[in-house]
Design a protein around this ligand. Sequence first.
Ligand SMILES: [Zn+2]
Length: 465
Amino acid sequence: MSLHASIVRRILHPLTLWKRGETRQLSYEREFERTQYASPEELREIQTRRLHLLVKHAFASCAFYRERFAQAGVSPEAIRTLEDLRALPILEKTTIQERIADMVAEGWPSRDLIKNQTGGSTGTPVPFFLSRDRKSSRAAATLRHNRWAGWGIGDRAAVIWGAPRDRPSDSLKSRLRGTLLREPLWLDTAGLTEATMEHFRDSLASHRPRIIQAYARSAVVFARWLEATGKSVHQPHSIVTSAEVLEDEDRLLLERVFGCSVFNRYGCREVSVVASECAAHSGLHVMAEGLYLEIETPNGPAKPGESGSILVTDLLNHAMPLIRYRIGDVGSWATGNCPCGRHLPRLERVGGRVTDFLVGAGGKLVSGVFLATYVVAQRPSLGQVQIHQNRFDRVVYKLRPGLAFDPLIDGLYLDNATREYLGEGISAEVEIVEDFPRLPSGKFLFSRSTVSPKWLSHPAGQPVV
Ligand SMILES: [Zn+2]
């Protein structure tokens, strides 16, 4: 480890947390470092203890959960084992949208409520709150899962991301801080052109990150361009992909172009990292000390290998409890033990969001995640949305409208947003649908484009501009 990395890890990291009043993160870091090798019995014991605290607290502090317990005819004391939780109904996203005021813990100090919302690629955005303590445990969880990919605090990192809102500010002070604390290099994929790809390549060459964290589709487009143009690129120690489905051929492409291992990760804004691959790449280990995961089929809990709907109970967020929350993704349990020796349960597969890039004016690529975050999530009246593009000059928005949908105003909004982000000459078309069938794999299709710009290598048969 370099001297700089060592100073960041041992001195600057703890001091920064102390200044922010978030030193709890350090104790979570120590805890998760140890419990990742805990026995299955100890892990269950940790989850059960946290579940007891959560259900008692939710009952005592949230009108919404008191109602739920009453409807189910159970008391918090009746939830003794993890399996007993099945007595409570599944929590749907639409219920949170309607009842959020009754879900935030009564009397919780407003200065300890951190507001956030989902990005809109799996449906209408969902608002939620978390406590500062939960922020700390989430950060500690992410750190642990980054260490599995060979990255520690103080090591250089780059982030190829489709949602610029997550990006730190660009002021001089913040840039200095970033250099000193080894904060990651940010590469924005809101709009991709050959010029931005060149810029990525140069930035990676000078920054030389050990790890690249990326939206799966963004990394894939970048890699396709590198391969198509035959350009060399900085070879990191590993790539962590998240936010979107990583297909097998994507993994092979990234490994080939970046000459490193790819670690798939599954997470969401509501609960942060849900599961990650370890170096054995044998499924994704669940962040079980903070989350209790269920996979539910129409016939009850899924057997290993059987696909079902992922339900999550956040064991550590008392500011706004989420119990049996349906994330909206489909997954299945892996069988057997992982060669790495960790007993954290493993997901075999996760079928998340499919978010293709759309092609804008002049062949610019615009990430589906970007449109989900900045166009769809900003406007709840649009409801659930799918974006299709099979011509260069037109995108079709399929909508299952939300409550306050106004055909004229919402239609104009989409038309304006399309021209703003995809460029003049690209028109928007709206189609109202009853429902969105899931893909056979259980994935949710948010955006799909069958056109490809000339500058990107493309499979045979696709039209090009
Ligand atoms: Zn493992």
